[in-house]
Design a protein around this ligand. Structure first.
Ligand SMILES: Cc1cc2nc3c(=O)[nH]c(=O)nc-3n(C[C@H](O)[C@H](O)[C@H](O)COP(=O)(O)OP(=O)(O)OC[C@H]3O[C@@H](n4cnc5c(N)ncnc54)[C@H](O)[C@@H]3O)c2cc1C
Length: 398
């Protein structure tokens, strides 16, 4: 990863290099840098302590249910570091260790992986999505994101399951507070258990319908704010960019250049590269898809981002072979998530996500709407929790 901050380029391949560079830049904070990462490592290990049993960390409600109330009471004592990160915002944690606002800004370079404002982002989320990146690195599905979905599909099919694509659920069927199945067009699929992976607003407000839910619950779901979205430009270029790092974060101008093919060379032919340039964006800043105003804005923003990226990769524009772009409205269109929100709901510390067990018997939530939140790893955790709960938390010996 390379960071560009106040015109200075900072590159680090691993935590040691990153800490060394930061310590040279901020010699008076060298000890604090060391202490910060030492604590972060301990907190991270504690966060995943229970993962030994079920493969995932659990929310407080489930710790009590699965391991007993005593375990929940002991949680602060057994997880002293992580418990502290749970109660604080990332800004509070940074303020505890550092004086330099430049150093703190640099340690927020990857904050976009969880939110945008360190004074609202829970320190625990920043730990697992941002600080862990410095410590353990980042991972990606080899061959692209679709390969991950394909692998899950294959696993389901290999174990006797069936995956139906192009089946948009119109209704989740409910009778007397119990789920009965789903309706797709005029086809009905009966089931005693339904696991909804659509956004919780869609699930409750559209697919279930308010006639089956209490007003208080409906008001709560309505009150949840969506997270930010982003604007992305996708490029295929006939340039060898292998000398660049995979991720370049320009903190001065608020965008990321990701050279996907540097992380995974299968994504572009030899001597060519696949690039994503991405910046935060908001749904309501874009007019209706397909209108003149929308298309103009999309073109202009793409153009602007390519121009900015040329400061990092000179003459990039001349080498473009394929170009596409996506707005929050594009993400909404393809993921069906309202507002094209990348992490479902706003992930601020004061937001309580819907619990994975719903007021409708037999209906479960998984995905970014529920614990632990947005991001691929997080939604996988939500799925594992749900599967364990449906199977009554039976421990399978390896
Ligand atoms: C541009 C972008 C970049 C991102 N980058 C990263 C990253 O680098 N790392 C990371 O960890 N996370 C990243 N994220 C976030 C991550 O992709 C999401 O948090 C995660 O994929 C959400 O998973 P999910 O299962 O909740 O929802 P989704 O992956 O959106 O899956 C929900 C599925 O439900 C389907 N669906 C919805 N409604 C219905 C219906 N009525 N009937 C049938 N099917 C329906 C949708 O079609 C969709 O396939 C990014 C997100 C975006 C948008």
């Amino acid at each position: 990863v390379k960071y560009i901050y106040k015109g200075v380029e900072i590159e680090a391949k691993n935590l040691e290099e990153f800490m060394e560079t930061l310590s040279k830049m901020f010699p008076e904070e060298a000890e604090n840098i060391n202490a910060f990462f030492e604590e972060a490592k301990k907190a991270y290990e504690e966060c995943y302590m229970e993962a030994e049993t079920y493969g995932v960390p659990l929310p407080a409600e489930l710790i009590a249910k699965v391991f007993g109330g005593k375990k929940l009471l002991q949680y602060p004592k057994e997880h002293p570091h992580f418990y502290d990160w749970l109660k604080k915002t990332y800004k509070q944690k940074l303020d505890e260790y550092f004086k330099s606002s430049d150093l703190k800004s640099l340690l927020c370079a990857l904050i976009g992986y969880v939110g945008l404002d360190p004074s609202k982002v829970p320190a625990s989320s920043a730990l697992t999505a941002v600080v862990s990146y410095y410590i353990y690195g980042g991972y990606f599905p080899k061959g692209g994101a679709q390969h991950f979905a394909n692998a899950l599909k294959k696993y389901i099919e290999d174990h006797g399951g069936k995956v139906l694509v192009n089946h948009r659920v119109d209704k989740i069927l409910v009778e007397k507070g119990k789920v009965k199945g789903v309706k797709v067009g005029n086809k009905v699929f009966k089931a005693p258990i339904v696991v909804a992976n659509a956004n919780a607003k869609v699930t409750f407000l559209k697919l279930i319908g308010k006639e089956h839910l209490e007003k208080k619950f409906i008001d709560y779901i309505r009150s949840l704010r969506m997270s930010f979205s982003c604007f992305a430009v996708y490029l295929g270029v006939n340039m060898d960019l292998s000398q660049y790092p995979s991720i370049i974060v320009n903190l001065d101008q608020g965008y990321y250049v990701v050279i996907n093919s540097n992380a995974d060379p299968d994504l572009a032919p030899p001597g060519k590269a696949s690039i994503t340039i991405i910046t935060p964006a908001y749904y309501h800043d874009f007019s209706e898809r397909g209108t003149e105003g929308y298309l103009k804005k999309k073109r202009e923003l793409a153009d602007e981002l390519i121009k900015k990226a040329e400061e990092i990769i000179p003459n990039l524009r001349e080498h473009i072979v394929v170009q596409d772009a996506a707005t929050p409205k594009t993400f909404e269109r393809y993921t069906l998530t309202p507002e094209g929100a990348i992490y479902a709901f706003d992930q601020s510390i004061d937001v309580k996500r819907p619990y994975f067990k719903t007021p409708i018997k037999g209906l479960y939530l998984v995905g970014a709407s529920t614990f632990p939140g947005g991001g691929v790893e997080a939604v996988v955790i939500s799925g594992i929790i749900c599967a364990n709960d449906i199977c009554n938390w039976v421990i399978h010996e390896p």
